[in-house]
Design a protein around this ligand. Structure first.
Ligand code: E4P
Length: 227
């Protein structure tokens, strides 16, 4: 399973990229709002992310509401940089727009997916990525991991060949809150987890690792000071 970072913050993306284990970025309107950016700067900001990521897929979300506007927006966003993936929230209009965009070679990440049936509709419409949300189920005391399991199983039952221009469909476990969500997503066979920077840092650290490093340092100091 690969890691995407779920943020629009340039510093977070830069630092996560420096770790050498990042395979892409996902953004959404809330994450962009959090950067304090204005509408006029939106596309410039997304372009900066695309350039920093040097070809890695960057999901940029459209706020269009009609099929025509989604298609037009999708084409415009995709023209920003070759690594743009157009992100659309699942609904009747976005399925139609995805079908059209996919036939033109534009990659779509279908977001706000909560059920296996939504995921199946998105895959049939031609979505390149499907983003089932995990944490938002847990937020309302439901089990996000078991919903993700249904999505992975249903999508995995088909090879999706002959669908659209791009036969591949990958599942991005989204709305990740904890390292345990990441582990469960990998165990279930999700292709990617998109993880906020805070949760990514939690995935890296463990108190026993810190303890182990401290004791190796202390013992090595004995070695280097011995005559
Ligand atoms: C998906 O790509 C979304 O950006 C994201 O994972 C939403 O997660 P949230 O529930 O933390 O807002």
């Amino acid at each position: 399973m690969r890691f995407f970072i779920d943020t629009a913050d340039l510093d977070e993306i830069r630092e996560a990229l420096s770790w050498g284990c990042l395979a892409g970025v996902t953004t959404n309107p809330s994450l962009y709002a959090r950067t304090g950016g204005a509408l006029a700067d939106f596309e410039g900001h997304m372009l900066k992310i695309c350039e920093m990521c040097e070809g890695l897929p960057v999901s940029v979300e459209s706020q269009a509401k009609t099929v025509e506007d989604m298609v037009a927006d999708g084409r415009r966003l995709a023209a920003l940089a070759p690594n743009v993936v157009v992100k659309l929230p699942i609904c009747a209009e976005s399925l139609a727009a995805t079908h059209q965009l996919a036939s033109e070679g534009v990659r779509v990440n279908m977001t706000l997916v909560f059920t296996a049936t939504q995921a199946l509709l998105a895959a049939n419409a031609g979505a390149r990525y499907i983003s089932p949300f995990v944490g938002r189920f847990d937020d309302i005391a439901e089990d996000g991991v078991s919903q993700l399991a249904d999505v992975v199983a249903c999508i995995g039952n088909d090879d999706w060949s002959g669908r659209n221009v791009d036969d591949r469909v990958e599942i991005i476990a989204a709305s990740i809150r904890t390292p345990n969500h990441v582990t469960q997503a990998a165990l279930l066979g999700a292709d990617i987890a998109t993880v906020p920077f805070g949760a990514l840092k939690k995935c890296l650290r463990h108190p026993l690792t810190d303890q182990g490093m401290a004791s190796f340092d202390a013992d090595w100091a004995k070695v280097t000071s011995a005559r």
